[in-house]
Design a protein around this ligand. Structure first.
Ligand code: FES
Length: 217
């Protein structure tokens, strides 16, 4: 069993197993840190969404909390001018390649982007950047769900759930840059892929990209 350590987050003392990642320690203690790509079970996080920055005493720059193992005496601040600036920029970058019409989204009210905006006082619209969204076709071929790449934040949680939880391996990332998206091999419709519609990917999706048809109705 790992040694228990005591750390301080926003002035609150909490105990955790040494080496646990700070993001999950904070969330377990009711301290919110924005996050999209973090997967608790993943030993080496991708840290691609760049939303989970915190300040740690003794470190010169903000660090991503999903990659940071806790150790005894660590003192953390989840908010600072630098952290807020980084989160605001990462958030707006995500929005610049995202369809922004919450009212028409199947996850309206249950979306992590909405939660982050609410928690951090951010707007769900572009204020400094212009939209770079190039409309991509929605895959409506499965019986139980659909995939809208225009609402995808490329967090990778669906790909991980499909491979590691469902053990199917029907989907992965394809293409590069602004055209990057999640798709079945050869970008075939999901209905023609090995997908068995177990909905593990839908459950993992934090936004309105993978939505159960039942939920939408
Ligand atoms: Fe840490 Fe995405 S949750 S970078």
């Amino acid at each position: 069993m790992s040694r228990q350590v005591t750390i301080t987050i926003d002035g609150q003392q909490v105990t955790a197993a040494e080496g646990d990642k700070l993001l999950w320690v904070a969330l377990d203690h009711g301290i919110y840190i924005p996050h999209l790509c973090g997967i608790r079970e993943k030993e080496h996080p991708d840290a691609s969404c760049r939303l989970c920055f915190v300040e740690v005493e003794g470190l010169p720059n903000p660090v991503t909390s999903c990659t940071l193992p806790v150790k005894e005496g660590m003192v953390v601040r989840t908010r600072s001018e630098r952290v807020d600036r980084l989160v605001r920029t990462a958030f707006e970058l995500l929005l610049s390649n995202h369809r922004l019409s919450c009212a028409k989204c199947g996850k309206n009210g249950r979306c992590e982007l909405q939660k982050i905006a609410q928690e951090r006082g951010l707007k769900l619209k572009l204020t400094r950047m212009r939209s770079l969204l190039v409309e991509k076709p929605v895959d409506d071929s499965p019986e139980k769900f659909y995939y809208d790449p225009n609402r995808c934040v490329l967090c990778g949680r669906c790909v991980w759930a499909d491979r590691e939880k469902a053990k199917i391996g029907a989907i992965g990332f394809v293409r590069r840059g602004m055209d990057r998206r999640v798709a079945a091999f050869w970008e075939q419709p999901l209905a023609d892929s090995p997908c068995i519609e177990c909905l593990a990917c839908v459950e993992a999706c934090p936004v309105g990209a993978l939505v159960a048809k039942e939920m939408k109705e």
